[in-house]
Write a protein that binds this ligand. Structure first.
Ligand code: IMP
Length: 207
């Protein structure tokens, strides 16, 4: 039996990353459904103060609107020298009102962050993701992943999205996260770690 699971994200690249992680975990019989494939519903306000709170807000809204089990990710870049910011404000750091995950928004966010960090030598940074699964029966599961690294001085690389061109993972010396293949990124990334932890609960939806 195939179970349909809504992915509550407008970011097509995130949905692709989630599909790849499920494939790598050998989880078949799960059809990921994009927001564009369901009746449109109002985006919930992401007013949580933590990644977990916002992931749950998005996943609960998806279940309420569609009746499908729903997976949502909330993620961002945490800079040590900025006390963990942009953090939950990562997507809208530059105040740019563009479409969520759009390339011009990403460029504006990256440029602002590089300017703010221009004179700061302490460049420790980590990507953080919380993935939530909420079922129509009201069960809720969450898992968090971190990817340690540092902030580059200038963008490099063409892959990925968001802050990838300015993030230097600690475990890929010399290559930004935008210079990794999707497979290399998923094997290490915050979202890959969080989703692999959630995968057994997603697999259990089939029974
Ligand atoms: P969200 O879609 O509300 O969770 O916002 C996440 C934001 O954090 C994105 O718009 C990106 O700016 C950033 N972000 C999260 N994960 C990644 C990643 O894997 N690479 C680059 N940027 C990311």
């Amino acid at each position: 039996m195939t179970v349909r699971v809504l992915v509550a994200s407008n970011n097509a690249k995130k949905l692709k990353e989630l599909q790849q992680v499920l494939d790598d975990c050998g989880i078949d019989g799960v059809e990921l459904v994009a927001l564009g494939d369901v009746e449109p519903y109002p985006e919930p306000k992401e007013d949580g103060l933590t990644f977990e709170a916002n992931a749950l807000i998005k996943a609960r809204a998806g279940v309420a609107a569609t009746g499908l089990p729903c997976v949502a990710d909330d993620s961002g870049l945490a800079i040590a020298a900025l006390n963990g910011m942009p953090g939950v404000l990562s997507a809208r750091w530059s105040g740019h009102a563009g479409q969520h995950g759009a390339e011009d928004t990403d460029t504006a966010n990256n440029n602002l962050l590089l300017a703010q960090m221009a004179d700061i030598a302490q460049r420790d940074a980590a990507f953080v993701s919380c993935c939530a699964l909420v079922t129509p029966q009201g069960e809720e599961f969450t898992a968090e992943g971190r990817w340690e690294g540092s902030l580059l001085e200038a963008p490099k690389g063409e892959h990925g999205f968001g802050y990838d061109p300015i993030f230097q993972p600690a475990d890929t010396p010399g290559r930004s996260s935008a210079q990794l293949t999707p497979e290399e990124k998923n094997a290490r990334s915050h979202r890959g770690t969080a989703l692999r932890a959630l995968a057994p609960h997603i697999a259990a939806l089939r029974s």
